[in-house]
Design a protein around this ligand. Structure first.
Ligand code: NAD
Length: 287
């Protein structure tokens, strides 16, 4: 079975659109997301455009603040402080990466916890690990929703995650653990990766290495979530961390690239913006 991330994301967005419309009527205003882009990185420009488009599709008001690559750290922090104080702004997202002269951690910490739609603020990260109310990071949240939509309950299953980044690998491992899977987290120092991945019933790959997981590394019936967004070195085309052609025949379910995790990430961003909006009226405890 191919897990159709596009279609699952479309139904989540339809659900969010419905809730946005109801919540806006009840509260007398529309949720608003402000995205900040510093610099002219072409990939980042595409990402912020897609976020604006998704907002329009679900009825979330949105603005993108374009700042030059020469913007200083204090100018960016001032802009964030202004948005934190603006009651009409529910969600703030700074498109990463920021230029090298700006300290990324400072930027992430500057965004108010209850406007942090990305779920990267240390207090939101702590909330995930301590099971207290928090904004969940979009990609890991999307992965859990894809599993659920595919009818996969992680409870009691052996889950293997490749990659321990702060934005994908680590949080998704925690979410799988909270869903009662037994989780193994792999990284570049893992010895004999294939022997670990062959034991997986659920395999989440977030390494950023094109087609690194091949058919001989998985067992029959595995559920595979490919988070990778890479370029095939031979064709230059977008591909994942999983060699789809050799892994798919053995998998009971698998996400394609493109059309898997990517669309879910943006749908979850819309859901997070709605949650921030609701939290501004009802309090963070209701997240
Ligand atoms: P990262 O570079 O921050 O982390 C990669 C992790 O993979 C590291 O922990 C590293 O130890 C591990 N790793 C790398 N090579 C490995 C190997 N050969 N064996 C075992 N472990 C290895 O990357 P990231 O930000 O987590 O992103 C991972 C991939 O997911 C990238 O392709 C990225 O583009 C993609 N991504 C997609 C989305 C989406 O919405 N679809 C969102 C975020 C990231």
């Amino acid at each position: 079975m191919i897990i159709d991330g596009k279609q699952i994301a479309a139904s989540l967005k339809a659900e969010v659109a419905q809730k946005v419309s109801e919540a806006s009527a009840k509260r007398g205003r529309t949720p608003k997301l402000t995205v900040i882009l510093v610099g002219e990185d072409p990939a980042s420009q595409v990402y912020v455009r897609n976020k604006a488009k998704a907002c329009e599709a679900v009825g979330i008001e949105n603005e993108t603040i374009f700042m030059s690559a020469e913007t200083t750290e204090s100018e960016l922090l001032d802009t964030i402080a202004r948005l934190n104080a603006d009651p009409s702004v529910d969600g703030i997202l700074v498109q990463l990466p920021v230029p090298r002269h700006i300290n990324e951690s400072k930027v992430i910490e500057a965004i108010a916890k209850d406007k942090d739609v990305d779920g990267f603020h240390p207090l939101n990260v702590a909330g995930l690990w301590q099971k207290t109310p928090h904004m969940a990071p979009c990609t890991p949240k999307g992965i859990m929703k894809l599993l659920s939509a595919a009818g996969v309950d992680p409870k009691g299953k052996r889950a293997v995650v490749i990659g321990r980044s702060k934005i994908v690998g680590l949080p998704v491992a925690k979410m799988l653990l909270d869903a009662n899977a037994t989780v193994t987290l792999c990284h570049t120092r893992t010895v004999d990766l294939p022997s670990v991945t062959r034991g997986a019933e659920i395999l989440v790959v977030a390494a950023g290495v094109p087609k690194m997981v091949t058919g001989d590394m998985v067992s029959d019936g595995v559920v595979v979530i490919d988070v990778g967004m890479d370029r095939d070195p031979e064709t230059g085309k977008l591909c994942g961390d999983v060699d789809f052609d050799t892994v798919a025949p053995k998998a009971s379910a698998i996400t394609p690239v493109p059309g898997g995790v990517g669309p879910m990430t943006i749908a979850c961003l819309m859901e997070n913006t709605l949650e921030c909006f609701l939290a501004h009226f009802d309090g963070l405890g209701n997240l």
